[in-house]
Design a protein around this ligand. Structure first.
Ligand SMILES: [Zn+2]
Length: 392
């Protein structure tokens, strides 16, 4: 960076901004001052900021922030969240989870890695480009306070608002913690989809000594689950693991030892790759349940609710830029992966090319969540290299 560059805006220090953000107690869905702080810092840099509170009758009200520097295309967007998960057992922490203490090279605090550290790193990177006037297009922040919560009044609604306003995002970098062990391990270029299912097998209650007068639904449910778990959905693809169904609950609500129950219930989750869609999976599950019913009789109910489609961002400019920048800073060539849970990228993929790269994921959501101070500094450098490459 040229020190004599004309600068109206100050440079942001990624570590102190991360600390300041952690000190905002933004446990989902509380804003906690985190968006206020980020908005203030981005406004100083010359961003145009819009706060986007959304509400919905069944979920908590949530505040969000969209901020844009510049008006020209292309628009490079950083997406993330300032909300954090609860601290859990506060007494089990070795430090106050909101004090943002640095100890032995680690920044400790709720949100350090997921994902206030990466937001601060990106803001720091942007401040360097603002300072030397090298943004040839636009940079935006899409920051929600509803990623760790129901995700109803967050990114999804901000994206709808952007479309209604004619605002286009060309490329999006999500700052979720993507590296399993060390910074530079992994870039997420897609995610598996997720769908949940609930099965109820119906029968008729009666005395265990008189089974001919009752109809036990439990053997049918067991047969259904047997069929579902032995169905290999696919063998995976170059970029995805095989789709997988896991039974997450089986229940027969029956206190008595001499009663045949009237209902037997099960719940399952399917993590699926881009060979599957939620509708096709539901049809496939239903076919198994119908086959059992045809053989063993009885009636059943199936409900399935998908929480996200699988997606894959084709390898391209964005993943190459991040991969090269990460390798330059860390000496590691990141794996391009689609593993892990869902993120807001599942919504963004309908609007822009989206790739995820952030800090190390090991301690996220845990007691003593932390990020290496050196990693936050290096991540700011990586983001800076990505942005300079993007606008060059
Ligand atoms: Zn997160």
């Amino acid at each position: 960076m040229e020190t004599d560059a004309p600068t109206a805006a100050g440079l942001i220090d990624p570590v102190s901004l991360a600390q300041d953000l952690i000190r905002c107690q933004s446990v989902t869905p509380q804003e906690g001052g985190a968006l206020d702080l980020l908005e203030a810092r981005l406004t100083e840099l010359g961003f145009e900021c819009t706060r986007l509170p959304f509400s919905d009758k069944d979920t908590p009200d949530v505040d969000n922030l969209y901020a844009r520097f510049g008006t020209e295309a292309p628009n490079f967007c950083f997406a993330g969240h300032t909300d954090v998960v609860p601290v859990g057992d506060a007494k089990a922490w070795s430090v106050d989870p909101f004090e943002a203490i640095i100890k032995d090279g680690l920044l400790l605090g709720r949100g350090a890695t997921d994902m206030k550290g990466s937001i601060a790193a990106f803001a720091a990177a942007v401040s360097r480009l603002v300072a030397d006037g090298s943004i040839k297009g636009s940079i935006s922040f899409l920051i929600t306070g509803d990623e760790e919560g129901p995700a109803i009044n967050g990114t999804r609604k901000v994206l709808e608002w952007l479309v209604a306003r004619g605002e286009v995002i060309d490329d999006c970098l999500v700052g979720e913690p993507t590296n399993p062990q060390e910074l530079g391990d992994m870039i997420k270029i897609g995610r598996r989809g997720s769908t949940n299912g609930w099965i109820t097998a119906f029968g008729a209650q009666g005395h265990v000594a008189y089974p001919h007068l009752a109809d036990n639904p439990t053997p049918r449910l067991v047969a259904m689950l047997q069929r579902l778990t032995s169905d290999l959905l696919d063998e995976g693809t170059e970029h995805f693991q095989p789709s997988n169904l896991e039974i997450t609950q089986v229940s027969v609500d029956n206190e008595a030892t001499n009663v045949i129950p009237a209902e037997a219930k099960a719940r399952f989750n399917i993590r699926f790759n881009d060979l599957q869609t939620p509708d096709e999976l539901e049809a496939r599950v239903r076919a198994h349940l119908d086959a059992v019913t045809a053989e063993m009789g009885g009636a059943y109910d199936l409900k399935m609710i998908a929480s996200g489609d699988a997606f894959l961002t084709a390898q391209g400019k964005l993943s190459t830029l991040i991969s090269n920048a990460a390798e330059k800073a860390t000496g590691r060539k990141p794996e391009l992966s689609t593993s892990g849970g869902t993120s807001d990228a599942r919504f963004i993929k309908n609007y822009a090319r989206v790739v995820e790269f952030g800090l190390v994921s090991q301690s996220m959501h845990k007691i003593d969540e932390h990020a290496k101070v050196d990693d936050i500094v290096a991540l700011a450098d990586i983001y800076e290299t990505v942005l300079r490459g993007y606008f060059s």
